[in-house]
Design a protein around this ligand. Sequence first.
Ligand code: G6P
Length: 372
Amino acid sequence: AAAEKGGHASFMHKEIAEQPRAVADTLLGRIGADGELLLDELRIPAAELREVDKVVVVACGTAFHAGLIAKYAIEHWTRIPCEVEPASEFRHRDPILDARTLVVAVSQSGETMDTLMALRHAREQGSRVLAICNTNGSTIPRESDAVLYTHAGPEVAVASTKAFLTQLVACYLVALYLGQVRGTKWGDEIQGVVRDLAGIAGAVERVLADMEPVRALARSLAGAGTVLFLGRHVGYPVALEGALKLKELAYMHAEGFAAGELKHGPIALVEEGLPVVVVVPSPRGRSVLHDKIVSNIQEIRARGARTIVIAEEGDETVLPCADHVVWVPVTPTLLQPLVTTVPLQVFACELAVARGNEVDQPRNLAKSVTVE
Ligand code: G6P
């Protein structure tokens, strides 16, 4: 088993470290020389993709968080309305589905029963189902109309890390491809995004190269009772994922919130010394959101929170209100989760180790949940 971990302390450590390679493998052969998406493997005729009038993403756990991020990309790049729902909720509320609905089922294992039941329900209503999956030949892709494999390689640790990053990449590819096929908003912005996506493995690698301060910080928080996570826009699902990782691995109470909701409740939780992780949007582009979140950080810090800020390199506006800053490389806003999630995985993993937990096999959890 030690050999299988390739010198890493656990599969979790190994799989976190493998992420640059995993995202490169998801992209392999899928971007052409002129930046066009090569996704003929989907085998859904372009004419049909042009008819799609709604996208619905269904998934569970960490894959559901990938779906939440996919919504931002799909709606922005394609202008097709997109809904995201935990697969366990989906079919029980009689969702509105027809032949023009594209259902995207995201699953690492391809065996999650809730996701499988959701896609069966969608197909019964006449919708097309596209699976984004990591496990070749598993049930979910076999029962779908089309599949895009993430090619992350086997993920052994129960809590998902590299599968998540590659699910994001696959979701971006699908969104960009839909945009390409439909001709919506296909222009310089998109070409730039494709270029940045092609170089994203290097950005993930740079984040991983500088994680010792995050590990030291995690160790210093081993005795904390609660950790809050805040984010906006695509940083909001990243905050949810950061909190989920901490629950799964460190067995700590953690909550993720949309930073704009702070004033509607969560701020009442802030007390002296409470660690709060804040995922800050880029100051470029949506700078309004950036400035609002910086004032959120000031507000919670004034109430005693210990602020841990994930910010874009060069964004010095966060310095006066941050107790700790984790810098991530500059990327287009929609791609930011690929770099901002990584420190949160490392943080949760290190906290779990510091608390003496078994990171690969957290208590009460299963890698693949094959019951509803
Ligand atoms: C379990 C795992 C999670 C995973 C979820 C969905 O709860 O512990 O890490 O995100 O199932 O699994 P899937 O294989 O469908 O992505």
